[in-house]
Design a protein around this ligand. Structure first.
Ligand SMILES: [Mn+2]
Length: 315
């Protein structure tokens, strides 16, 4: 049971819940899961969910708050501990800052308390575990958000990060009366246009000498298909998964907003996070990323991954 976080929640009347920018469903799921639960348990506290938004947000609009609130608030950052993953720097003014994360990175921001569990399947699993262990009430909307986070970060309970605890916690969330069919319908149905675009994406995947699968999505590709960087970068990387011949795959996508190239790296069993770290990124052992400034650098990443595979194949 996490007494420290409990104490901090009890001691503060204003709470702001943040997570990484370009939120995925674990970022949203852990954020809204904690938000709905704290709202239900502490109706007299001021509680806010804050951050950028995107097409994956089928929860509710984020709160727009005055920047002066930070210095009076307990602030949570979920699903990251990396400065480059955060939008703005207002969290630096937090009265008290708590980090909850399951990534491999070491924090490069100042914090007061850090709940770290790199074995956890998702940040949502960590939040759910905290709520259950603290005997806090978990209302249905919170359970639904947390379940969504767990399902998305585990690829529907597919990845190695899934433990018996993941199932036990998911079971407890199910007991809150959540509707998993409607959760899955929201997560796994998409417009025909996206299916067609994924077919184009897949048919143009390239391969390195030792069998790294990769795709470079330039500005032209985004413009021609009227799609945002994020939907391609994170949304299509796993078009290259589940292929017998492919053990490592990478997706490189131009980001118009920053002029950088988003690199998403994935592996079946061979740890690759050190390569992401080498280029200023991080994440999990088998699923990680970074962003670089040029296509030449993406070639260096492909070369590094290719060499890793060669060493394993011939070492
Ligand atoms: Mn996560």
């Amino acid at each position: 049971m996490n007494n420290k976080i409990n104490e901090l929640i009890h001691a503060n009347d204003k709470i702001i819940i943040l997570r990484h920018k370009n939120p995925d469903l674990d970022a949203y799921g852990s954020q809204f899961g904690l938000y709905y639960a704290l709202k239900a348990n502490f109706p007299n506290k001021e509680i806010y969910a804050v951050g950028d938004t995107n097409a994956l947000n089928h929860f509710q609009p984020l709160d727009d708050i005055d920047s002066s609130l930070y210095q009076e608030s307990l602030v949570f950052i979920l699903d990251t501990v990396a400065k480059q993953m955060l939008e703005g720097s207002l969290y630096e003014q937090a009265k008290t800052l708590v980090l909850i994360d399951h990534h491999q990175n070491d924090p490069d921001i100042r914090y007061d308390y850090y709940l770290r569990d790199t074995d956890s399947s998702s940040c949502a699993e960590m939040v759910a575990k905290f709520l259950f262990e603290s005997n806090l009430q978990v209302p249905q909307n919170s359970a639904s958000a947390l379940y969504t986070g767990i399902v998305s970060d585990t690829g529907r309970f597919l990845y190695k990060s899934v433990s018996s605890s993941t199932f036990a916690i998911s079971g407890k969330l199910l007991d809150k009366g959540i509707d998993i069919q409607s959760i899955y319908a929201g997560m796994y149905s998409e417009p025909l246009r996206m299916k067609r675009l994924k077919a184009i994406f897949f048919s143009t995947v390239e391969f390195s000498n030792n069998g790294i699968a990769y795709r470079k999505n330039d500005l032209n590709f985004l413009k021609e298909n009227n799609i945002d960087s994020y939907s391609v970068s994170r949304g299509m990387v796993n078009q290259m998964s589940g292929i017998d011949e492919v053990s490592i795959w990478a997706n490189f996508t131009f980001e118009e907003k920053t002029g950088k190239i988003l690199c998403e790296l994935r592996s079946k069993t061979i740890p690759i996070v050190d390569i992401a770290k080498k280029y200023g990124g991080g994440g999990h052992l088998l699923a990680c990323g970074c962003s670089v400034l040029s296509w030449e650098e993406t070639d260096l990443i492909i070369k590094d991954l290719d060499q890793l595979l060669e060493e394993i194949n011939h070492g």
